[in-house]
Design a binder for this molecule. Sequence first.
Ligand SMILES: Cc1ncc(COP(=O)(O)O)c(C=O)c1O
Length: 353
Amino acid sequence: MKFSVTKTSSSKLTDINFETLKFGDTFADHMFEVRYKNGAWGDGAILPYGPIKLDPAFSVLHYGQAVFEGMKAFRYKGNKVNIFRLDMHYKRFIRSCDRMNIAHVPQEMFVESIKQLVDVDRGWVPADKYKSLYLRPFIFASDEFLGVRVAMNYRYMVITGPVGNYYSEGIKPTKLTTYPQYVRAVKGGTGEAKVPGNYAATMQPNALAAKEGYAQVLWLDAFEHKYIEEVGTSNIFFKIGDELITPPLEGTILPGITRDSVIWLAKKWGMHVVERKISIDEVFEASKAGDLQEIFATGTAAVISPVGYIHHDGKAIDLKQDKMGELSQKLYDTLTGIHHGDVEDPDDWCTLI
Ligand SMILES: Cc1ncc(COP(=O)(O)O)c(C=O)c1O
């Protein structure tokens, strides 16, 4: 599958300071676009990055029928670029599309749109270790129609942008809080899909958390407000005694690709990894008993993010850590090593171009 390519006549690449990159405000020169109409996909195209024309009646603007993914491409040894776990991101994209009843992007179109776009903007993949090119494939309903119905027209697009080292100012364990008055997801809802509405619904609690001095909200289950689900835009792990525990995927949690990679690696290292329900009270009790060794969040953005403090119901756990724990550091070093080719690809996780 080969797409048409229209290159920009005014590349922004030389204007970019790769030393001061933040997340999400810098975009590479090109983007991918393809339209779905009358039950079929049109011809995909790589175009100069820029604004797109939207009809004000576009169904996505009113009813939010859309899905996105987030993944990264890294500089790899031998002057190659590595797209991390592309196949697994496709599988999650399709599962999310099913939940939104959105037309499937064929696997070849998804894979090739990303590979060919990254290849055209190869120069935008930062050379430094820990930096990367963030990749954002997304699809949205584009019917010009205000009735609530499954859309018949869609646009699938990919945009990309270089991002800096998440830990450029050093690794500082984060502070989390629970909010029993807010809920992220319920079984049968959309919590396990990567859809914009899930994120929109977290803006108010996120703003409150920031105001109260917390980095993220630690989400509890919707019924008992007791079992831990995930944190912000990451999954969560607890090292208690010799067990590595993470909440199970039962419909309310996004099945993180970093979560999957961490489980895979920890099992390979002979650790006792358990996907099971874990209550906030169990974590407080483990902390009191001195068995709680590490808490860390996992996600594409930070890879591994240590958690040092959890506030819940007027009480707090303070691990009094000012750096990553031993296991968190080993996972971080291994995963970033795999990203950049310093550690061997364990299980076909790397797509090299
Ligand atoms: C709600 C949520 N949970 C977990 C994750 C972690 O997933 P991944 O490791 O695939 O980035 C993300 C990020 O995509 C997220 O948005």
